[in-house]
Design a protein around this ligand. Structure first.
Ligand code: IPE
Ligand code: IPE
Ligand code: MG
Length: 243
């Protein structure tokens, strides 16, 4: 449930989902390689987690690598995987200091063994933390996630554990990678693009969207508060009528 931050005079969305986009363009503007932008982007994640936690966000879910990002050059993909591995490894201490629980969603198959080991280590080391619930989407695609869920549900039907008529929206939600998370209240995408790029299509059905031209490495406290202010001006109806 959203909580009110009295100091800011704002209602804080319980679950914020972010498509952190624009690292490449941020680097290009500085005549630097794309990987320089990714490094700046990764360090900005740490800072945004702290800010989100500080203002009262309870769940934060960020898009780090999509199932479509494998289309990039081998060089860029490899640099991203190495950066992710390093980020997850270095992040354990900070998560535990701040009581942050970290989960990774997305397809595990196809990820490098060294990255998989860091994913398991970070999830395991932070699993009893009760503060901010932080989720990173790695090798994540919404269609892939739904396909995997359908495969599992079909297997349960085939094994006689589930009747087709008993499949509800709840059943589908329970088979998604996000089964332990509430649906996002606010989606933020940086860098001026206004599309989902296969991010959480099921979960974002009734989420408020906020787009900003700011590139991800420049997205900070001021920008997050601006997004929350816009969220406060929205009227969420969920298909009903204004009360
Ligand atoms: C977002 O930045 C990070 C990832 C998708 C991994 P981009 O790399 O997409 O940056 P732009 O969109 O090319 O500027
Ligand atoms: C979406 O950004 C994926 C992540 C932020 C990880 P992209 O930069 O890959 O999306 P498109 O290609 O512009 O749609
Ligand atoms: Mg991009």
């Amino acid at each position: 449930m959203d909580i009110r931050n009295e100091k800011l005079g704002l209602v804080i969305p319980c679950h914020v989902a972010i498509i952190m986009d624009g690292n490449g363009r941020w680097a290009k503007k500085r005549h630097m390689p794309r990987t320089y932008g990714h490094a700046a982007g990764a360090s900005n994640v740490k800072s945004v987690v702290r800010i989100a936690d500080d203002i009262g966000v309870q769940y934060l879910t960020i898009y780090a690598f999509s199932t479509e990002n494998w289309k990039r050059s081998a060089e860029e993909v490899s640099a991203l995987m190495t950066l992710l591995k390093k980020y997850l490894h270095d992040y354990i201490g900070e998560c535990n200091e701040n009581n942050v629980r970290c989960r990774i969603i997305g397809r595990r198959e196809g990820l490098r063994e060294d990255l998989l080991a860091e994913i398991v280590a970070l999830e395991e080391a932070t699993k009893t933390n009760t503060g901010l619930q932080f989720t990173i989407a790695i090798n994540y695609g919404g269609r892939d996630e739904i396909t995997r869920a359908v495969q599992q549900i079909a297997t349960e039907v085939q094994e006689g554990k589930l009747g087709p008529d008993l499949i509800t929206e709840e059943t589908i939600s329970r088979h998604l990678d996000t089964r332990d998370l509430p649906d996002p209240d606010l989606l933020i995408r940086t860098s001026g693009e206004e599309r989902l790029s296969n991010y959480l299509p099921w979960q974002l059905a009734y989420t408020e969207f906020y787009f900003t031209d700011v590139f991800w490495p420049d997205f900070g406290r001021e920008e997050l508060i601006e997004a929350v202010k816009k969220y406060n001006q929205r009227e969420r109806r969920f298909g009903g009528v204004k009360s």
